[in-house]
Design a protein around this ligand. Structure first.
Ligand SMILES: *Cc1c(COP(=O)(O)O)cnc(C)c1O
Length: 443
Protein backbone atom coordinates (compact mmCIF):
# COMPACT_ATOMS: atom_id res chain seq x y z
CA UNK A 1 0.00 0.00 0.00
CA UNK A 2 1.50 3.33 -0.97
CA UNK A 3 0.66 6.77 0.43
CA UNK A 4 -1.93 7.43 -2.23
CA UNK A 5 -3.81 4.21 -1.58
CA UNK A 6 -3.50 4.82 2.15
CA UNK A 7 -5.23 8.19 1.73
CA UNK A 8 -8.13 6.54 -0.06
CA UNK A 9 -8.42 3.46 2.14
CA UNK A 10 -7.95 5.51 5.27
CA UNK A 11 -10.93 7.70 4.40
CA UNK A 12 -12.97 4.60 3.63
CA UNK A 13 -11.97 3.12 6.95
CA UNK A 14 -13.04 6.26 8.80
CA UNK A 15 -16.45 5.93 7.13
CA UNK A 16 -16.57 2.25 7.97
CA UNK A 17 -15.78 2.95 11.63
CA UNK A 18 -18.30 5.80 11.85
CA UNK A 19 -20.99 3.56 10.27
CA UNK A 20 -20.06 0.79 12.69
CA UNK A 21 -20.39 3.10 15.68
CA UNK A 22 -23.61 4.70 14.48
CA UNK A 23 -25.36 1.41 13.77
CA UNK A 24 -23.87 -0.60 16.57
CA UNK A 25 -27.06 -0.95 18.53
CA UNK A 26 -28.64 -2.88 15.69
CA UNK A 27 -26.09 -5.67 16.09
CA UNK A 28 -26.60 -8.32 18.77
CA UNK A 29 -24.28 -7.37 21.60
CA UNK A 30 -23.13 -10.95 22.16
CA UNK A 31 -22.09 -13.37 19.38
CA UNK A 32 -24.08 -16.44 18.44
CA UNK A 33 -21.17 -18.68 17.51
CA UNK A 34 -19.41 -21.69 18.97
CA UNK A 35 -15.69 -21.68 19.75
CA UNK A 36 -13.94 -22.77 16.55
CA UNK A 37 -16.56 -21.19 14.22
CA UNK A 38 -13.73 -19.44 12.35
CA UNK A 39 -12.14 -22.68 11.25
CA UNK A 40 -14.58 -23.32 8.42
CA UNK A 41 -14.54 -19.68 7.32
CA UNK A 42 -10.83 -19.18 6.78
CA UNK A 43 -8.19 -21.14 4.86
CA UNK A 44 -5.76 -23.29 6.79
CA UNK A 45 -2.76 -21.41 5.41
CA UNK A 46 -1.73 -17.82 4.77
CA UNK A 47 -2.11 -16.80 1.10
CA UNK A 48 0.90 -17.17 -1.14
CA UNK A 49 -0.03 -14.22 -3.40
CA UNK A 50 -1.16 -10.80 -2.09
CA UNK A 51 -4.90 -10.46 -1.81
CA UNK A 52 -7.24 -7.67 -2.72
CA UNK A 53 -8.07 -5.08 -0.05
CA UNK A 54 -11.78 -5.09 -0.93
CA UNK A 55 -11.89 -8.85 -0.38
CA UNK A 56 -10.33 -8.42 3.05
CA UNK A 57 -12.84 -5.73 4.04
CA UNK A 58 -15.70 -7.95 2.84
CA UNK A 59 -14.39 -10.69 5.11
CA UNK A 60 -14.49 -8.35 8.10
CA UNK A 61 -18.28 -8.56 7.97
CA UNK A 62 -18.45 -12.23 6.93
CA UNK A 63 -15.71 -13.71 9.09
CA UNK A 64 -14.82 -11.38 11.95
CA UNK A 65 -17.99 -9.58 13.03
CA UNK A 66 -20.04 -12.73 13.78
CA UNK A 67 -17.58 -13.60 16.55
CA UNK A 68 -17.36 -10.18 18.15
CA UNK A 69 -18.76 -9.17 21.53
CA UNK A 70 -19.58 -5.53 20.91
CA UNK A 71 -18.11 -3.78 23.95
CA UNK A 72 -19.32 -0.41 22.72
CA UNK A 73 -22.94 -1.37 22.15
CA UNK A 74 -25.32 0.61 24.37
CA UNK A 75 -26.63 -2.81 25.49
CA UNK A 76 -23.27 -3.87 26.90
CA UNK A 77 -23.43 -3.86 30.71
CA UNK A 78 -20.71 -6.39 31.51
CA UNK A 79 -17.41 -6.01 33.41
CA UNK A 80 -16.52 -2.29 33.47
CA UNK A 81 -16.50 0.18 30.59
CA UNK A 82 -13.79 -0.04 27.96
CA UNK A 83 -13.60 3.67 27.23
CA UNK A 84 -13.87 4.86 23.66
CA UNK A 85 -14.13 8.17 21.87
CA UNK A 86 -13.50 9.51 18.38
CA UNK A 87 -10.63 11.82 19.44
CA UNK A 88 -8.85 8.85 21.04
CA UNK A 89 -9.30 6.77 17.88
CA UNK A 90 -7.86 9.55 15.74
CA UNK A 91 -4.95 10.08 18.10
CA UNK A 92 -4.32 6.33 18.19
CA UNK A 93 -3.93 6.43 14.46
CA UNK A 94 -1.42 9.25 14.73
CA UNK A 95 0.36 7.44 17.55
CA UNK A 96 0.65 4.44 15.24
CA UNK A 97 2.11 6.64 12.54
CA UNK A 98 4.66 8.37 14.75
CA UNK A 99 5.44 4.91 16.05
CA UNK A 100 8.00 6.05 18.59
CA UNK A 101 8.87 3.87 21.54
CA UNK A 102 8.36 5.42 24.97
CA UNK A 103 9.41 3.82 28.22
CA UNK A 104 6.82 3.97 30.98
CA UNK A 105 3.28 3.15 32.23
CA UNK A 106 1.45 -0.16 32.09
CA UNK A 107 -1.99 -1.46 32.89
CA UNK A 108 -3.48 -1.46 36.37
CA UNK A 109 -2.30 -5.01 36.96
CA UNK A 110 1.23 -4.02 36.13
CA UNK A 111 1.05 -0.93 38.35
CA UNK A 112 0.09 -3.16 41.28
CA UNK A 113 2.96 -5.52 40.59
CA UNK A 114 5.45 -2.67 40.20
CA UNK A 115 4.38 -1.10 43.49
CA UNK A 116 4.67 -4.48 45.23
CA UNK A 117 8.17 -5.02 43.85
CA UNK A 118 9.25 -1.51 44.84
CA UNK A 119 7.83 -2.04 48.33
CA UNK A 120 9.61 -5.40 48.58
CA UNK A 121 12.90 -3.79 47.64
CA UNK A 122 12.35 -1.01 50.18
CA UNK A 123 11.54 -3.34 53.08
CA UNK A 124 14.53 -5.59 52.35
CA UNK A 125 16.82 -2.54 52.57
CA UNK A 126 15.17 -1.39 55.76
CA UNK A 127 15.41 -4.80 57.45
CA UNK A 128 19.03 -5.19 56.36
CA UNK A 129 19.92 -1.77 57.72
CA UNK A 130 18.78 -2.98 61.15
CA UNK A 131 19.88 -6.65 60.81
CA UNK A 132 22.81 -6.67 58.34
CA UNK A 133 23.31 -10.40 58.88
CA UNK A 134 19.92 -11.29 57.35
CA UNK A 135 20.07 -12.41 53.73
CA UNK A 136 17.47 -11.54 51.09
CA UNK A 137 15.93 -15.06 50.99
CA UNK A 138 15.67 -15.06 54.80
CA UNK A 139 13.73 -11.82 54.64
CA UNK A 140 11.58 -12.86 51.66
CA UNK A 141 10.05 -15.84 53.44
CA UNK A 142 8.90 -13.60 56.30
CA UNK A 143 7.31 -10.94 54.11
CA UNK A 144 3.56 -10.63 54.14
CA UNK A 145 1.37 -8.46 51.90
CA UNK A 146 -2.34 -7.75 52.32
CA UNK A 147 -5.32 -6.95 50.22
CA UNK A 148 -9.09 -7.12 50.43
CA UNK A 149 -10.86 -10.39 49.76
CA UNK A 150 -12.79 -8.27 47.23
CA UNK A 151 -9.75 -6.95 45.37
CA UNK A 152 -9.02 -7.67 41.72
CA UNK A 153 -7.43 -11.01 40.80
CA UNK A 154 -4.37 -9.13 39.54
CA UNK A 155 -3.41 -8.31 43.15
CA UNK A 156 -3.21 -11.99 44.05
CA UNK A 157 -1.15 -12.52 40.91
CA UNK A 158 1.23 -9.72 41.91
CA UNK A 159 1.87 -11.69 45.12
CA UNK A 160 2.51 -14.87 43.13
CA UNK A 161 4.86 -13.16 40.68
CA UNK A 162 6.57 -11.24 43.47
CA UNK A 163 7.02 -14.47 45.43
CA UNK A 164 5.49 -13.17 48.65
CA UNK A 165 2.61 -14.25 50.85
CA UNK A 166 -0.56 -12.29 50.04
CA UNK A 167 -3.22 -12.40 52.75
CA UNK A 168 -6.85 -11.61 51.99
CA UNK A 169 -8.46 -9.28 54.52
CA UNK A 170 -12.16 -9.85 55.30
CA UNK A 171 -14.51 -6.96 54.50
CA UNK A 172 -17.37 -5.29 56.36
CA UNK A 173 -21.04 -5.23 55.36
CA UNK A 174 -20.25 -2.78 52.53
CA UNK A 175 -17.51 -5.06 51.14
CA UNK A 176 -14.80 -2.63 52.26
CA UNK A 177 -11.73 -3.19 54.45
CA UNK A 178 -11.69 -1.21 57.70
CA UNK A 179 -8.72 -0.01 59.74
CA UNK A 180 -9.54 -2.19 62.74
CA UNK A 181 -9.52 -5.41 60.77
CA UNK A 182 -6.18 -4.68 59.13
CA UNK A 183 -4.63 -3.56 62.41
CA UNK A 184 -5.53 -6.78 64.22
CA UNK A 185 -4.14 -8.98 61.46
CA UNK A 186 -0.91 -6.96 61.18
CA UNK A 187 -0.33 -7.16 64.93
CA UNK A 188 -0.90 -10.90 64.99
CA UNK A 189 1.46 -11.44 62.06
CA UNK A 190 4.18 -9.35 63.69
CA UNK A 191 3.87 -11.39 66.87
CA UNK A 192 4.33 -14.52 64.73
CA UNK A 193 7.60 -13.07 63.39
CA UNK A 194 6.35 -12.05 59.97
CA UNK A 195 7.22 -8.76 58.28
CA UNK A 196 4.16 -6.89 56.97
CA UNK A 197 5.30 -4.64 54.10
CA UNK A 198 2.52 -3.98 51.56
CA UNK A 199 -1.20 -3.33 51.44
CA UNK A 200 -3.20 -2.92 48.23
CA UNK A 201 -6.37 -0.94 48.90
CA UNK A 202 -9.13 -0.69 46.32
CA UNK A 203 -11.26 2.35 45.57
CA UNK A 204 -14.08 0.87 43.52
CA UNK A 205 -13.80 -2.93 43.63
CA UNK A 206 -14.53 -4.89 40.48
CA UNK A 207 -17.33 -6.97 41.98
CA UNK A 208 -19.43 -4.26 43.64
CA UNK A 209 -17.53 -0.94 43.43
CA UNK A 210 -16.78 -0.87 47.17
CA UNK A 211 -14.37 1.66 48.67
CA UNK A 212 -11.83 0.57 51.26
CA UNK A 213 -11.58 3.01 54.20
CA UNK A 214 -8.21 4.47 53.27
CA UNK A 215 -8.45 7.31 55.80
CA UNK A 216 -8.33 4.62 58.54
CA UNK A 217 -6.00 2.24 56.70
CA UNK A 218 -3.47 4.85 55.60
CA UNK A 219 -2.24 5.90 59.06
CA UNK A 220 -1.86 2.25 60.10
CA UNK A 221 0.20 1.51 57.00
CA UNK A 222 2.38 4.61 57.46
CA UNK A 223 2.98 3.78 61.10
CA UNK A 224 3.93 0.17 60.35
CA UNK A 225 6.12 0.97 57.31
CA UNK A 226 3.62 -0.82 55.08
CA UNK A 227 3.49 0.49 51.52
CA UNK A 228 -0.10 1.43 50.64
CA UNK A 229 -0.96 1.09 46.97
CA UNK A 230 -4.39 2.32 45.90
CA UNK A 231 -6.00 0.50 42.98
CA UNK A 232 -8.66 2.83 41.58
CA UNK A 233 -8.65 1.30 38.10
CA UNK A 234 -12.31 2.02 37.40
CA UNK A 235 -13.53 4.57 39.95
CA UNK A 236 -10.40 6.72 39.80
CA UNK A 237 -11.70 8.57 36.75
CA UNK A 238 -14.70 9.81 38.74
CA UNK A 239 -12.46 11.87 41.01
CA UNK A 240 -12.38 14.54 38.32
CA UNK A 241 -15.81 15.42 39.78
CA UNK A 242 -15.56 17.26 43.13
CA UNK A 243 -18.63 15.51 44.51
CA UNK A 244 -16.77 12.17 44.51
CA UNK A 245 -13.59 13.48 46.13
CA UNK A 246 -14.62 12.64 49.71
CA UNK A 247 -14.09 9.00 48.70
CA UNK A 248 -10.44 9.93 48.23
CA UNK A 249 -10.00 11.12 51.81
CA UNK A 250 -6.85 9.49 53.15
CA UNK A 251 -5.10 9.44 49.78
CA UNK A 252 -2.33 11.52 51.35
CA UNK A 253 -1.18 8.33 53.13
CA UNK A 254 -0.80 6.38 49.88
CA UNK A 255 2.61 5.48 48.46
CA UNK A 256 1.23 4.78 45.00
CA UNK A 257 -2.03 5.18 43.11
CA UNK A 258 -3.39 3.93 39.81
CA UNK A 259 -6.36 4.66 37.57
CA UNK A 260 -7.33 3.48 34.10
CA UNK A 261 -8.37 6.26 31.72
CA UNK A 262 -9.09 3.35 29.36
CA UNK A 263 -11.96 2.34 31.59
CA UNK A 264 -13.90 5.48 32.26
CA UNK A 265 -12.20 8.53 30.80
CA UNK A 266 -13.01 8.09 27.11
CA UNK A 267 -9.47 7.04 26.20
CA UNK A 268 -9.47 3.86 24.14
CA UNK A 269 -7.62 0.82 25.46
CA UNK A 270 -4.89 0.74 26.60
CA UNK A 271 -4.01 3.64 28.86
CA UNK A 272 -3.38 3.34 32.58
CA UNK A 273 -1.86 6.05 34.76
CA UNK A 274 0.25 5.42 37.86
CA UNK A 275 1.44 7.89 40.48
CA UNK A 276 4.19 7.19 43.01
CA UNK A 277 4.85 9.37 46.05
CA UNK A 278 8.62 8.93 46.12
CA UNK A 279 9.95 8.28 42.67
CA UNK A 280 13.25 7.07 44.14
CA UNK A 281 11.44 4.07 45.66
CA UNK A 282 10.45 2.97 42.20
CA UNK A 283 13.47 4.01 40.20
CA UNK A 284 15.84 2.65 42.83
CA UNK A 285 14.18 -0.76 42.80
CA UNK A 286 14.59 -1.49 39.11
CA UNK A 287 17.68 0.39 38.10
CA UNK A 288 19.65 -1.48 35.48
CA UNK A 289 21.57 0.73 33.15
CA UNK A 290 23.00 -0.46 29.91
CA UNK A 291 25.14 2.12 28.19
CA UNK A 292 22.75 2.56 25.26
CA UNK A 293 20.05 3.88 27.59
CA UNK A 294 22.14 6.37 29.53
CA UNK A 295 21.38 10.01 29.28
CA UNK A 296 23.20 13.17 30.22
CA UNK A 297 20.49 14.64 32.45
CA UNK A 298 19.71 11.41 34.20
CA UNK A 299 21.10 12.20 37.61
CA UNK A 300 18.97 15.28 38.06
CA UNK A 301 16.07 12.85 38.61
CA UNK A 302 13.78 14.90 36.40
CA UNK A 303 11.93 13.70 33.37
CA UNK A 304 14.02 15.52 30.87
CA UNK A 305 14.24 12.52 28.65
CA UNK A 306 11.51 9.92 28.17
CA UNK A 307 14.24 7.28 28.42
CA UNK A 308 14.34 7.87 32.16
CA UNK A 309 10.92 6.31 32.48
CA UNK A 310 12.16 2.85 31.75
CA UNK A 311 12.76 2.18 35.42
CA UNK A 312 9.00 2.38 35.97
CA UNK A 313 7.70 -0.75 34.29
CA UNK A 314 8.54 -4.29 33.21
CA UNK A 315 8.57 -3.97 29.42
CA UNK A 316 11.16 -1.56 28.11
CA UNK A 317 9.01 -0.10 25.34
CA UNK A 318 5.59 1.45 25.31
CA UNK A 319 3.68 3.17 22.57
CA UNK A 320 2.77 6.85 22.56
CA UNK A 321 -0.44 6.57 24.61
CA UNK A 322 -0.33 9.99 26.20
CA UNK A 323 -1.11 11.44 22.78
CA UNK A 324 -4.65 10.09 22.82
CA UNK A 325 -5.14 11.33 26.39
CA UNK A 326 -4.05 14.76 25.25
CA UNK A 327 -6.53 14.72 22.34
CA UNK A 328 -9.39 13.53 24.54
CA UNK A 329 -8.72 16.02 27.35
CA UNK A 330 -8.58 18.90 24.90
CA UNK A 331 -11.58 17.86 22.80
CA UNK A 332 -13.88 17.19 25.77
CA UNK A 333 -12.45 19.56 28.31
CA UNK A 334 -12.81 18.87 32.01
CA UNK A 335 -16.50 19.79 31.80
CA UNK A 336 -17.17 17.32 29.01
CA UNK A 337 -15.43 14.52 30.90
CA UNK A 338 -17.27 15.37 34.11
CA UNK A 339 -20.54 15.35 32.19
CA UNK A 340 -19.72 11.87 30.88
CA UNK A 341 -19.06 10.49 34.38
CA UNK A 342 -22.15 12.18 35.85
CA UNK A 343 -24.38 10.96 33.06
CA UNK A 344 -23.27 7.36 33.56
CA UNK A 345 -23.69 7.55 37.33
CA UNK A 346 -27.17 8.99 36.71
CA UNK A 347 -28.03 6.07 34.42
CA UNK A 348 -26.92 3.62 37.11
CA UNK A 349 -29.17 5.40 39.65
CA UNK A 350 -32.01 5.21 37.17
CA UNK A 351 -31.51 1.46 36.78
CA UNK A 352 -31.29 1.13 40.57
CA UNK A 353 -34.69 2.76 41.04
CA UNK A 354 -36.24 0.46 38.44
CA UNK A 355 -34.89 -2.54 40.36
CA UNK A 356 -36.00 -1.15 43.73
CA UNK A 357 -39.53 -0.63 42.46
CA UNK A 358 -39.87 -4.35 41.74
CA UNK A 359 -40.30 -6.32 44.97
CA UNK A 360 -39.08 -9.56 43.40
CA UNK A 361 -35.58 -8.06 43.21
CA UNK A 362 -33.03 -6.71 45.66
CA UNK A 363 -30.08 -4.33 45.41
CA UNK A 364 -26.97 -6.00 46.83
CA UNK A 365 -24.50 -3.13 47.30
CA UNK A 366 -24.62 0.67 47.53
CA UNK A 367 -24.82 2.25 44.10
CA UNK A 368 -22.09 4.89 44.20
CA UNK A 369 -20.77 5.02 40.64
CA UNK A 370 -21.86 3.39 37.40
CA UNK A 371 -22.42 -0.13 38.71
CA UNK A 372 -25.59 -1.76 40.05
CA UNK A 373 -25.38 -5.15 41.80
CA UNK A 374 -28.79 -6.80 41.97
CA UNK A 375 -30.48 -10.19 42.13
CA UNK A 376 -33.79 -11.92 42.27
CA UNK A 377 -34.76 -12.65 45.86
CA UNK A 378 -34.27 -16.41 46.05
CA UNK A 379 -31.67 -19.04 45.37
CA UNK A 380 -28.38 -18.70 43.55
CA UNK A 381 -29.65 -21.24 41.05
CA UNK A 382 -32.60 -19.03 40.19
CA UNK A 383 -30.27 -16.13 39.49
CA UNK A 384 -27.89 -18.31 37.50
CA UNK A 385 -30.81 -19.37 35.34
CA UNK A 386 -31.85 -15.79 34.81
CA UNK A 387 -28.36 -14.82 33.69
CA UNK A 388 -28.19 -17.83 31.36
CA UNK A 389 -31.37 -16.64 29.68
CA UNK A 390 -30.10 -13.08 29.38
CA UNK A 391 -26.86 -14.27 27.78
CA UNK A 392 -28.65 -16.65 25.43
CA UNK A 393 -31.09 -14.01 24.13
CA UNK A 394 -28.22 -11.63 23.28
CA UNK A 395 -30.33 -8.48 23.69
CA UNK A 396 -28.08 -7.22 26.46
CA UNK A 397 -24.85 -8.50 27.94
CA UNK A 398 -23.81 -8.60 31.59
CA UNK A 399 -21.66 -10.69 33.92
CA UNK A 400 -22.13 -11.94 37.50
CA UNK A 401 -20.15 -11.68 40.74
CA UNK A 402 -20.20 -13.35 44.13
CA UNK A 403 -20.95 -11.29 47.24
CA UNK A 404 -20.78 -13.22 50.52
CA UNK A 405 -21.64 -16.44 48.80
CA UNK A 406 -24.53 -15.00 46.86
CA UNK A 407 -24.72 -15.08 43.07
CA UNK A 408 -25.30 -11.48 42.00
CA UNK A 409 -25.85 -9.82 38.61
CA UNK A 410 -23.63 -6.83 37.80
CA UNK A 411 -25.14 -4.13 35.63
CA UNK A 412 -22.33 -1.71 34.67
CA UNK A 413 -22.99 1.36 32.55
CA UNK A 414 -20.33 0.89 29.90
CA UNK A 415 -20.98 2.37 26.49
CA UNK A 416 -20.57 6.09 25.84
CA UNK A 417 -23.79 5.85 23.80
CA UNK A 418 -26.02 4.25 26.41
CA UNK A 419 -29.05 6.48 27.05
CA UNK A 420 -31.98 6.39 29.42
CA UNK A 421 -34.18 4.58 26.88
CA UNK A 422 -31.60 1.77 26.58
CA UNK A 423 -31.69 1.35 30.35
CA UNK A 424 -35.47 1.12 30.42
CA UNK A 425 -35.40 -1.32 27.51
CA UNK A 426 -32.79 -3.43 29.31
CA UNK A 427 -34.94 -3.52 32.42
CA UNK A 428 -38.06 -4.46 30.41
CA UNK A 429 -36.06 -7.27 28.89
CA UNK A 430 -34.83 -8.51 32.27
CA UNK A 431 -38.35 -8.47 33.75
CA UNK A 432 -39.71 -10.27 30.68
CA UNK A 433 -37.15 -13.05 31.07
CA UNK A 434 -37.85 -13.15 34.79
CA UNK A 435 -41.54 -13.61 34.03
CA UNK A 436 -40.76 -16.52 31.68
CA UNK A 437 -38.41 -18.06 34.20
CA UNK A 438 -40.90 -17.85 37.06
CA UNK A 439 -43.75 -19.17 34.84
CA UNK A 440 -41.67 -22.21 33.94
CA UNK A 441 -40.64 -22.93 37.51
CA UNK A 442 -44.33 -22.94 38.55
CA UNK A 443 -45.23 -25.46 35.83
C1 LIG B 1 -10.16 -3.57 35.71
C2 LIG B 1 -9.49 -3.61 37.01
C3 LIG B 1 -8.15 -4.01 37.11
C4 LIG B 1 -7.36 -4.54 35.95
O1 LIG B 1 -7.03 -3.54 35.05
P1 LIG B 1 -6.03 -3.78 33.84
O2 LIG B 1 -5.67 -2.41 33.41
O3 LIG B 1 -6.77 -4.55 32.80
O4 LIG B 1 -4.85 -4.54 34.37
C5 LIG B 1 -7.54 -3.94 38.35
N1 LIG B 1 -8.23 -3.50 39.44
C6 LIG B 1 -9.51 -3.11 39.38
C7 LIG B 1 -10.21 -2.62 40.62
C8 LIG B 1 -10.20 -3.15 38.17
O5 LIG B 1 -11.48 -2.77 38.10
Amino acid sequence: MNAEEFRRRGKEMVDFVADYMENLEQRPVFPDVEPGYLRSLIPTEAPLEPENYDEIMKDVERVIMPGITHWHSPYFYAYFPAASSYPAMLADMLSGAIGCIGFSWGTASEATLMSLLAARCKIVRRVQSINPEMSEPEIFIKLVAYTSEQSHSSVERAGLIGGVMMKKIPTDSTYAVTGDTLKKIVEKDKEAGLIPFYFCATLGTTASCAFDHISELGPICNEQNIWMHVDAAYAGSAFICPEFRPLLNGIEFADSFNLNPHKWLLVNFDCSAMWVKKRQDMIGAFKVEPLYLRHENQESGRFISPELGYHWQIPLGRRFRSLKMWFVFRMYGLQGLQAHIRKQVGLAKEFESLVRADKRFEICADVIMGLVCFRLKGSNELNQNLLKRITKRREIHLVPCHLTGRFVLRFAICSRTTESHHIREAWRHITQLTFELLQESIQ
